[in-house]
Ligand binder design. Sequence first.
Ligand SMILES: Nc1ncnc2c1ncn2[C@@H]1O[C@H](COP(=O)(O)OP(=O)(O)OP(=O)(O)O)[C@@H](O)[C@H]1O
Ligand SMILES: [Mg+2]
Length: 271
Amino acid sequence: MASVSPIRQHSPGATFSVNGMGFAYPESRRSIFEKFSLEARPGEFVAILGPSGCGKSTLLNLLSGFLRPQSGHITIDGAPVAPEHSALGYVFQSPHLFPWLSVLENVRFGLRMNRRGSPQEQRAIALHFLRLVGLEEQAEEPPHRLSGGQRQRVALARSLALEPRLLLMDEPFAALDAMTRSALNDELLRIWSSLGKTVLFITHDIDEAIYLADRVLVLGLPPAGITAEVPIGLPRPRDQRATRANPLFAELRERLAEQIAMVMTSNQPAT
Ligand SMILES: Nc1ncnc2c1ncn2[C@@H]1O[C@H](COP(=O)(O)OP(=O)(O)OP(=O)(O)O)[C@@H](O)[C@H]1O
Ligand SMILES: [Mg+2]
């Protein structure tokens, strides 16, 4: 194989901006978002925490252009979003891998669809990202021989292979056991710090949000929007034991738990 990297150049993180967005599902009278705004700097890791039903997945679907807001603007690097926007990558809670394709071919799939490079180059790129997530050895395996955590790594490699500048992650590790989840958290941080992507990470888990993010936002019940914004001043690189032993970690957890409790006891949405 050629000794040069198959990756042209790592694309830097994108800026995204949501400005004054309003959204309600067509069949519902209830607004999920009203005058909602949110921004992220290039390369920033933003986590969104919120109770079930507060609109986290809806927000990601709006950001990715799968849903359209009724008012306001969403831009990525200044341009309006669309589902085919090449700056976007997604990782969802349960990855949908093609069972009839090998792990490598699953990662290569998007490159084939986008006609990026020759088949050999596509395979080299897919292998590069499988190596990055520690799955090079499983490249020829079918997905059903992988564990849940390994499948989630394939999903991450698959989105990274398209070199998105903004990674949208909707509770990607929620279905995994605590040990696998914390290993994948470390892996994600390592990849994020080497690639510099902007990440919007959705989770139910306060500790996970603090451990990963530069900034944690609490999303209230619709249409409250963001009810708290907490900068996470913990040093990087982070380490499970040292970071969790930092007194600031406990302080941030306390603050966020209080904010979540306030959301849960706040007024129920108007019917
Ligand atoms: N297609 C839809 N049509 C109508 N209402 C919807 C639709 N999808 C979601 N909703 C409603 O919008 C609200 C927000 O849903 P959403 O899936 O964004 O919540 P969430 O914060 O991601 O929840 P969870 O943590 O359970 O994944 C909920 O009240 C939900 O019932
Ligand atoms: Mg959701």
